[in-house]
Write a protein of this length. Sequence first.
Length: 299
Amino acid sequence: MPGRHVRRLLEVLVSVTTTADLDRYSMHAFIEAVRHQGGLAAMLSTSGGAQESLITEGAGTLTERLAADLGERVLTGRRVTSIHRDDDGVTLRTTAGAVRAVGAIITVPPPMSARIAYDPPLPPSRTAVEQHTYMGSVYKAIAVYERPFWRQGKAHAEFMLLAHPGGAVFDTTPPGGPGHLCVLVAGAEARELDGMDVAGRRRALLGQLVPHIGPQALAPAGWHEKSWHLDEHVGGGYAALAIPGTTDGYLPMPSAPVGALHWGGTETANEHAGYIEGAIESGERVAREVLRSLGRTAT
C-alpha cells in the first residue's frame, strides 16, 4: 500500500465488512464477495446500497410478530442436537425432547449446523461447506442520545475509526426518534474488547467520535452492546466465511435440498448475501421450494 494510513483504512474496511481475522481470510474470497454484491460501495452504502433501509422498531420485531401470528406452533429454547431422516419425514432431537415433521428447514450458518448430528449422514458436498467455513468475530454497540445533535451542523456521523480498536460508525437514528449511533468492531480487535469492562469499551469507542462530532459523543443517554462471537447459538457474524485454500464457503453457498432437509439462511441468497435482505430472500426461496415438495403452489 502507498502508506500506513491507506493500509490501515483497508484493514479496517475489510475487517468490518467481513468480520474475518485478516491473517486467516482469503483475499480471493473477499474479491469474489465484492463482485457478488455488485461492488464495495454497494456493500457499505446507506444510500442506494445494501444498508439503505432501517427497521425502525428493530429487526427483532419481524420475528416477534411472525411468532405471535403462529402462536403455540413456535417452540423456543430447544436446541436441535440431531436430525434423523426416513421415508416419512424427519425427527428432530432437541434439548427439550423430540419433534416429528414432514421436513425441516435449516437456516443457521454452516459452522453452526455442523454441530447437529445427521442420520443418515449428509452428502460430501454439504459436509464440505460445514467443514470449510467458520464464523467471524463482531462486536456491535448502539449509543443512544436524546437527539441526533450531530445533524445540526455540518458534522457527519458515518465514518471509519482508524485508531485502535478500528471500526465503522453508522447513523441509525429512527425517524422522529432519539439519536442512535451504531459502532461495529470486527475480527481480532472485536475479541480484544472482550477483555475490557463496559466503561472501558465505551471510552475506547466513543472517545474516537469526539474529533468528528464533538464532546457530546461521550455522554450517551443509553448504551447497548453485544459481542456476537460469544453467542453460543450464533457463533459470530455476519455470515459464514470460507477457510483459506477452499472455495466451498464462497457466496452464495449451496442450498440444494437433501431429501426432506431444506437449506436457508443469508449465506444462500443470490443478492445481498450476509445481510438481512439476503436472509429474507432465502426465506422466500425456501418457502417456494417446500411448497413445491408438498405439491402445492405459492400464492
